[in-house]
Design a protein around this ligand. Structure first.
Ligand code: C5P
Length: 405
């Protein structure tokens, strides 16, 4: 997968830069062509000479080196690559990327590029979990930037937790997955889909939130089934414990507003499947600090959340060709689901009964009815993965010229 791939490797200033020589070696063993940009901070951990020797190419270090600019400007540098990999990606470079700052060669190349970007974050656990870094991460994810790691473990600063740069084999695997996408086979090859999955969390204050019991099982299974049909899938997911299906581009969100933004950023797509249990309401004014327990309970004022399915279904140039929604109902399942299809203007509704005792929420099985323009199909009870496979096959049939029956 990496044979002849051109990787522009940006090495920023973190201790994990010491893993970069090994990364370059392993990439070149697999046939990749590696060219490096070394930031000023990165040069504290690894020398340009080491990178030049291992990559077999010139190492670019300074935006204002006029000779480099005449040889190869930052724009050409950023375009003559199949992917830009930032490893290690420090909190600083992530913040600069999120905000569009360009004060050195690395950040200028990142802003000027029209190529895909992958980052391997590496930093202290407090820096990683800081809301500022997490907000920057969400921004980068909403722009389809690929993220690999970080992992948990001993950190160079002596603390333990999330923030360790992904190991070299994990970075190689992520690059392989990335390039595999462009080579997918199957009836949905060269099609793009977005899938929403899981619950949303709506904050009341920094420690409390309103959520629901969605496990994300069905949505994640649909993402995996679409991948199996060769589709390029962006999975936009609320917090879940489900493993991330191989090959998806995952965008992690918490609130409905973030899910909508991520969905819109993923457009244009051929297919949208909205399987997330999006909270209907958000808290109008979440408290900036923890609400203290007082004599009386506080009043929480709710506000309407955006409807992602209805927004995506609106006629317009960016409307996906096929929009599929779910209807989780406890009674009058078919009648309510049909009304939902009309109200939201989506093409299909997968209706499922989530009443007490059905075990649908969090369970492995689902009994669904597919509601299309032509009527209702009752599918037998099956595993969520089987529902997902059948749905993905139906989607492939619909998009490949057969009538949407
Ligand atoms: O209106 P209701 O929540 O029952 O509709 C369910 C369908 O609408 C699901 O496909 C769900 O993913 C989608 N939905 C959405 N945004 C919302 C509410 C629901 O995309 N705010």
């Amino acid at each position: 997968m990496l044979e002849q791939r051109r990787i522009l490797l940006i090495v920023a200033g973190g201790i994990a830069a010491v893993k970069v020589p090994d990364l370059i070696r392993r990439l070149r063993e697999r046939g990749a062509k590696v060219r490096c940009i070394l930031t000023k901070g990165g040069a504290n951990f690894v020398t340009p000479l080491t990178l030049a020797a291992l990559s077999g190419d010139k190492v670019y270090t300074d935006l204002f080196d006029l000779k480099d600019e005449s040889e190869m400007g930052h724009i050409r540098l950023s375009r003559e690559a199949d992917i830009i990999l930032v490893a290690p990606a420090t909190a600083d470079i992530m913040a600069k990327m999120a905000h569009g700052l360009a004060d050195d060669l690395a950040t200028t190349a990142l802003l000027a590029t029209d190529k895909p970007v992958m980052i391997a974050p590496s930093m202290n656990v407090m820096m990683w979990t800081h809301p500022a870094t997490q907000a920057n991460l969400a921004t980068l994810q909403s722009r389809q930037i690929n993220i690999v790691g970080p992992g948990a473990g001993d950190l160079a600063c002596g603390e333990v937790g999330d923030g360790r740069m992904a190991e070299v084999p994990d970075i190689i695997a992520a690059l392989n997955r990335f390039f595999q996408k462009g080579n997918r086979q199957g009836p949905l090859a060269r099609r793009r889909a977005l899938v929403t999955s899981g619950p949303t969390y709506e904050p009341i204050d920094p420690v409390r939130y309103i959520a629901n019991r969605s496990s994300g099982k069905q949505g994640h299974a649909i993402a995996a089934a679409l991948i199996a049909q060769g589709c390029d899938v962006t999975l936009i997911s609320g917090p879940t414990h489900e493993p991330v299906p191989d090959g998806v581009t995952l965008v992690k969100i918490e609130t409905a507003e973030q899910m909508l933004k991520a969905a819109q950023a993923a457009l244009p797509v051929d297919i949208a499947v909205c399987a997330a249990a999006v909270g209907d309401w958000t808290v109008e004014n979440p408290a900036p600090s923890k609400i203290k327990k007082g004599a009386k309970p506080p009043t929480v004022k709710l506000a309407q959340n955006p409807d992602i399915l209805a927004t995506l279904s609106k006629p317009g140039s960016k409307r996906p060709r096929l929009v599929v929604g779910f209807a989780a109902e406890t009674n009058n399942l078919i009648k309510n689901a049909k009304a939902k299809r009309a109200a939201k203007q989506c093409d299909w509704i997968v209706a499922n009964d989530v009443g007490t005792g059905t075990g649908t929420f969090g369970g492995d099985h689902n009994t669904v009815h597919l509601i299309t323009a032509d009527g209702v199909e009752d599918w037998p009870s099956m595993r969520k993965q089987a529902v997902a496979d059948r749905l993905a096959q139906r989607i492939a049939l619909a998009l490949n010229g057969k009538p949407q029956s």
